[in-house]
Design a protein around this ligand. Structure first.
Ligand SMILES: [Zn+2]
Length: 203
């Protein structure tokens, strides 16, 4: 096996995949291959022909090509969300990711049936699809979130001592980061790592 650096210089994806490595930031529902999900959904999903202009463009593509497969059939949303997470773990195994921080918003916790069911589903997917990968769960917030509502859910979620970090993503220009201070203070009390996206949308 060549080193990670050599594989990068040689632009060799296959060698890069072989090197044991960490992936310390992946959004839970977006970490898998399109093909993995499309085969399960029994459909074909074409990758975008053009490079994305920006993250808004990428999110729009995601909504109209991936999220479109969510629907309101009872129980289906739960299966489709779980399948996207399964795809992310399967990809981590294929890419030889030995340390993985996969992040989830509160909405996904609710879609998967609440915090206890969410934790058992995630533990199951980790154990089944990437058993050698050490998983560090991350709870993510959006700048668009209602801060009080999110803060009210924090004790219920972090008291399980399962999440190892929190993060905030979304458009930096939506709300001042100061609004989220109480979330970070509360999370700090649980001893989790505190992270934040910056410079993603805002210029
Ligand atoms: Zn991100």
């Amino acid at each position: 096996m060549v080193s990670f650096e050599t594989a990068l210089i040689e632009n060799s994806i296959s060698e890069l995949m072989l090197v044991p490595k960490s992936d310390i930031h992946t959004h839970g529902g977006k970490g898998g291959r399109i093909k993995y999900f499309a085969e399960w959904a029994n459909t074909s999903i074409e990758a975008s022909e053009q490079p994305f202009e920006d993250l808004i463009d990428m999110q729009n593509w995601f909504n109209s090509n991936i999220k479109i497969h969510d629907n309101s059939i009872v129980g289906y949303l739960k299966r489709v969300e779980a399948k996207r997470v399964e795809a992310a773990f399967a990809q981590a195994k294929e890419d030889n990711i030995v340390v993985l921080a996969l992040s989830f918003g509160i909405g996904v916790i609710d879609d998967l049936g609440g915090i206890d069911k969410f934790i058992s589903t995630l533990n199951y997917l980790n154990k089944t699809f990437a058993p050698e990968t050490k998983y560090y769960p991350e709870l993510s917030f959006s700048r668009e979130d209602d801060v009080n509502e999110a803060c009210d859910r924090l004790d219920e979620i972090l008291s399980k001592n399962w999440f190892k970090s929190i993060d905030i993503c979304g458009n930096e220009l939506t709300k001042p980061i100061k609004n989220f201070q109480k979330i970070y203070r509360k999370a700090q009390g649980y001893g989790v790592k505190l992270k934040a996206h910056v410079g993603v949308y805002g210029k």
